[in-house]
Design a protein around this ligand. Sequence first.
Ligand code: S3P
Length: 439
Amino acid sequence: MQTISRRPRGGLQGRLRVPGDKSISHRALMFGALAIGETRITGLLEGEDVLRTAAAMRALGAEVVRGPADWRVAGRGIGGLCEPEDVLDMGNSGTAARLLAGVLASHDLFAVMTGDASLRRRPMRRVIEPLAACGARFTARAGGRLPMAIEGARDALPLSYRLPVASAQVKSAVLLAGLNAPGLTRVEEPHATRDHSENLLRHFGAEVTVEPAGAGRVITLMGQPELRAADVQVPGDPSSAAFPIVAALLVEGSELRIDTVGMNELRTGLFATLAEMGAELRVEDRRVEGGEPVADLLVRASSLRGVDVPAERVPSMIDEYPILAVAAAAARGTTRMRGLHELRVKESDRLAATAALLAANGVGVAIERDDLVVHGTGGRPPGGGLVATHMDHRLAMAGLVLGLACAEPVRVDDVSFIDTSFPGFAALMTGVGADFSGE
Ligand code: S3P
């Protein structure tokens, strides 16, 4: 069923909270399963992706229960996971698959992992290569694609690895393998990426050091720690907040307040970019909750101008380019987003699909090598097109937000994948005045 998004009669108004951070939610479940004792998680994202991780940790022997107020994980301890009886299906989630590959690499067990058609197209060689060096054996389809069989190492060796691409998933996979290897595991990243694994591992009692190294960092982890269960409070996901924020910026007369959004500085590149574009986006009541910086965001409709977004900013807003491109479509002048090659291997080829999303709705757009160039309309983009989402939740939400700003309605082919990261998105948005309808 297609969904039609139209320009609402009035502005978007109200106060809302977005679901829990996806990256932190996956990690909280995995680390809880590797700790001794009972971990309590509040604010866990109950999206499909994270539910796949919960199911996988159960299949590996941890007890994972949803209580009335929180989630509880009774862990097995480092090295204590047991062999799953069946294939682990990670659904649409690259984070779940790659992080779990790290966990399994240093467990003496056999497991097979698969995923949906989108995940089965995504490259796993980026984790297979470094993880194989600890002694694990991987057999995957051509091109390093899922399904993949993993024979974890009995006595894993610690890894020392320099990431060839800026990827928090690969960094985390190596660190997770290092948990069950003796001695120091070392990862060098050329550009700093989200550090939720490092922060949470410390929170669970591991010894982790982080040193700056040029534009990047060197991270070390002392292997075979005793992880102790810990309480985790998951903040609102800044990557999810991005959608109502851009919607409010583009719909005349809007004012939204979004409570308790994660403000980890390695995640907030979009907010910096929107500020440069002239967005009225106020950060209020900065505080630390559950070890992560959070704030309330107040956003008002603004007239935006095009900007040049440097490649160095990619890691801090890697998931935000589809929605930034929507903002750029309504801005005055041209926006150039540089260095987007990693977008080609996300839930879809997001570089091509984002360009197609705009082009189908009358916006001037070009891909120049790894750059996305959007010629802003300086007002309402034409709209009237059909957005193809390619099993990609962020394209579906970007398409719906675009429709709110366009002269003509925008149709989106399949919104079901939104549930992977932002369950309740359509209801939340219609609650503040958005106009979405099914056809
Ligand atoms: C994530 C890292 C990013 C991001 C993904 C979540 C994580 O992927 O796109 O949505 O939780 O570590 P890469 O590390 O592949 O860039």
